[in-house]
Design a protein around this ligand. Sequence first.
Ligand code: ATP
Ligand code: MG
Length: 565
Amino acid sequence: MSVAENIAREAGQDFIRDIVRADLASGQHKTVVTRFPPEPNGYLHIGHAKSICLNFGIAEEFDGHCNLRYDDTNPTKEDQEYIDAIERDVRWLGFDWGSHLYHASDYFEQLYAWAEELIRAGEAYIDDQSQEQMRATRGTLTEPGTNSPFRERSVEENLDLFRRMRAGEFPNGARVLRAKIDMTSGNINLRDPVLYRILHAEHPRTGKAWCIYPSYDFAHGQSDAIERITHSLCTLEFEDHRPLYNWLLDNLPVPSHPHQYEFARLNLTHTILSKRVLTELVRGGHVSGWDDPRMPTLAGLRRRGVPPAAIREFVKRIGVAKANSVVDAAMLDFAIREHLNKIAQRRMAVLRPLKVVIENYPEGKSEDLEAVNHPDDAAAGTRHIRFGREFYVERDDFMENPPKKFFRLSPGAEVRLRYAYFITCREVVKNGAGEVVELRCVYDPATKGGNAPDGRKVKATLHWVSARDSLPAEVRLYNPLFTRPDPDPGNFAAQVDPNALEVLADARVEPALAELKPGEAVQFERQGYFCLDPDSAAKRLVFNRTVGLRDTWAKVSVAKVAAGS
Ligand code: ATP
Ligand code: MG
């Protein structure tokens, strides 16, 4: 992305905002009305966040309003749980629809009346062909379709059949209402698209009132028109539906004629942004639920500790374009890290503890050392951490036979303990299996605070927690659900990384972390950003790693490029 593009974006410059701005300037519209139209058949994911930020964002920036509209035309897949989750997630992301909450099902009566009007105008007919027959006669991208044998039914017969469909006389799939457009159109969406189908199913809102339901195409544009949407923004796969969107608006006595504009959907590496796939991940038990922190759902991101502001910032940075692309998941991590770096207080936690005993530190003695809560924010203050003879360091910070560039603890090596002293490792204690279980060290009392009066330097500063005062904790580390950057939606189950969740059951954390509030972010020094998981209990803290401190993924890909692969 060039600098110019970046600056343009800061000012809210993208092709859709340009259109809105021009329409307001020319007087084409006096106010802007957008909508976010989820189908309540799953939880929202980060792709939806792009659409939410765009629709609600434009409404905010141009002083209009954005409707939250449920596209609830398929009662067999929709559920109240999803409706509740969608509202929670849109609010969490920072947007508010005020009084503008609507449902496509609010318009069922009106949509039905318009369908009858199309029939009366000779522009729609009842087709008795089966789904297979319709598919077979639809043609292909290169071959025209062929007319249905039922296409020339009289208006009277069509009206009669449509009313009997509504009255529940026919079983599911027996007939459909189709628009009479053009079976030879180059655009398959115009080859007599289905407007209504029979579905004997109870609807969460309309109950048993209906046994025929409008198709997406018949419901969507007309709902836009009823709500006087000015700019109907959708993703590129609907570009080919636009002629049908316009055909319906042109042929119906609708109160307004909105315009549909298409933008590129968000795709992210190492994940699949499709509600169908996410539903199957949940149902198949590949994850613990919709809010599993490995999920790209807003509920999952929230549980992982991602602040909504970081998502909004990410969406702003990726911008709105007309061409599809795949965004590197590392960009999302970068936005999260950048945001958390500013707001998260620092604490110490040892994820994989190794015990250290300071032989020349008096038994029973302890001292309170001062630690800063945020290096760039003095207002965040300081806290005390207790140092004593026994504490834990990170297993990874010790090597018995270190390679040349390893500057952390090893036999004979001296390091700094953060906020405390210089220590030198004297002896390695092993268990019967030959595993290192304890380090015996000595400390230099003259180095209190972490500096040597004689000016000698050490190359590593380690974090640590007191053996006696630290609290036990479980720490959950998350890696991408798919190791492949481009997981195949057709075969995703086999590609789920079984190691995407790593549970560290024996972590130790400083006592101040018991006071962390749900949803509050914290940096574990040298480890990354973490938050409390709702699974936490008074006696057992559970932390989720939101994101690591450095971009290990980027390093991997840079290394690959350097290696010429
Ligand atoms: P999915 O493809 O995940 O099943 P959907 O498009 O069926 O999603 P809807 O509930 O119909 O889900 O989507 C609501 C709105 O969100 C639509 O306007 C849709 O275009 C938009 N949207 C869905 N996925 C993305 C995405 N990945 N990027 C941007 N916008 C998206
Ligand atoms: Mg959809």
